[in-house]
Design a protein around this ligand. Structure first.
Ligand code: GLA
Length: 396
């Protein structure tokens, strides 16, 4: 082939590739994982650094006995503080007092329950609790995680100094791939460098916000956010999410006692409408039946896990009353009527708000009351409690 022809072909190849990338066709990490948002439990929100082998085993047992496994929860993830040091060869060392049997035995235990095992580390030199970070040890750590049987890695962004986020997370992505074990890669740089713009082919999910607080409406200086602040932050990012690559509005606070049951139901509903990863963050060993019923509502979870993988978004807002909608694989819509005000109020979703012509008749089902509401034409209204949602599935 003469040189001109070769250059021409290369140029054509690049142009095709560029148009595919532009069309979003190639923008997904090709590890085949998290085709629907990952579901599981993570130790941080409730237990912080108070993690141990016993706690993790009991959480795995509870995930099965509570019905959470049946409802789709899989990953049992130890967050910060499991690690204490590196040995003379640079291998990461788990806390031998808290995890006397070691990580491999713990992973085996979690796997024996039909569940998957996850760990936490950090792209900088130290974790957020100043345990050893992954920087410079990415390939060694990934090999170790794979040998232990890790299925999920949450990777934080403390102590990163002048590191570039995309470059740093890409090294760990490559290291996980090289390890040969399929490992869900969860990026946690808090939305600080707009990961939705670059992370679809780096991680399976990326935090889009600061840390969640166990509060409905609050912000704090260090960046923690309540439920409504998180909703306002992730709305608008819906075009970046899809199978294998999700916006992560942070883990669930359902059951941690800082909100009312109505607020927890709304928090859970909205995370499902957002196609958010569903990582429970409460003490699932001792939750009340009300909390368990929220976390295991299969019809609401089906909205989160819908195979089309669309993130829902806000289609209408006025005076603290909002309508959010999510397109579903069967052509239906999940609709959440959200009341952010201090008093009960009537909220109406018009068909034109949610993407249907006015004249269409559609079946409406209330996903919390678990009740068919009959056929509606043009719109659907309901009385929504303060800080609550009414969530329905609309099927034309
Ligand atoms: C950061 C993360 C949290 C949690 C803690 C652990 O704040 O955003 O989700 O992992 O670190 O130290």
């Amino acid at each position: 082939m003469d040189n001109k022809l070769r250059i021409g072909r290369v140029a054509l190849g690049i142009a095709v590739l560029a148009s595919l990338v532009a069309a979003g066709e190639l923008r997904a990490l090709d590890n085949g994982l998290a085709l629907t948002p990952p579901m599981g439990w993570n130790s941080w929100n409730k237990f912080a650094c108070n993690v141990s082998e016993d706690l993790i085993k009991q959480a795995a047992n509870a995930m099965v006995s509570s019905g959470m496994k049946d409802a789709g929860y899989r990953y049992v993830v130890i967050d910060d503080c499991w690690q204490v040091d590196r040995d003379a060869q640079g291998n990461i060392v788990a806390d031998a007092k808290r995890f006397p049997s070691g990580m491999q035995a713990l992973a085996d235990y979690v796997h024996s329950k039909g569940l998957k095992f996850g760990l936490y580390s950090d792209a900088g030199t130290g974790t957020c609790q100043n345990r050893p970070g992954g920087r410079g040890y990415e390939f060694q750590d990934a090999r170790q995680y794979a040998a232990w049987g890790v299925d999920y890695l949450k990777y934080d962004w403390c102590n990163h100094s002048t590191q570039d986020s995309q470059a740093s997370y890409s090294i760990m992505r490559d290291a996980l791939k090289k390890s040969g074990r399929p490992i869900v890669f969860s990026l946690c740089e808090w939305g600080s460098t707009k990961p939705w713009l670059w992370a679809a082919d780096v991680g399976n999910l990326w935090r889009a916000t600061g840390d969640i607080l166990d509060k409905w409406d609050a912000t704090v200086k260090w960046g923690g956010m309540g439920v409504v602040q998180i909703l306002d932050t992730v709305d608008g990012l819906q075009s970046y999410a899809g199978p294998g690559h999700w916006n992560d509005p942070d883990m669930l606070e359902v059951g941690n006692s800082g909100m009312s049951l109505t607020e927890y139901r709304a928090h859970f509903s909205m995370w499902c409408l957002l196609a958010a990863p569903l990582m429970a963050g409460n003490d699932i060993r001792s939750m009340t039946a009300d909390i368990r019923d929220i976390l295991t509502n299969k019809e609401v979870i089906a909205i989160d896990q819908d195979p089309l993988g669309r993130q829902g978004h806000r289609v209408k807002r006025a005076d603290g009353l909002e309508v959010w909608a999510k397109q579903l694989a069967d052509g239906g819509r999940a609709v959440a009527l959200l009341n952010r005000t201090a008093a009960e109020a009537k909220v109406t979703a018009s068909w034109t708000d949610i993407g249907y012509p006015e004249h269409v008749a559609a079946k409406v089902r209330d996903l919390w009351a678990k009740k068919d509401l009959g056929e509606k034409t043009g719109e659907f209204s309901a009385a929504v409690p303060s800080h609550g949602v009414v969530m329905v599935r609309v099927e034309p």
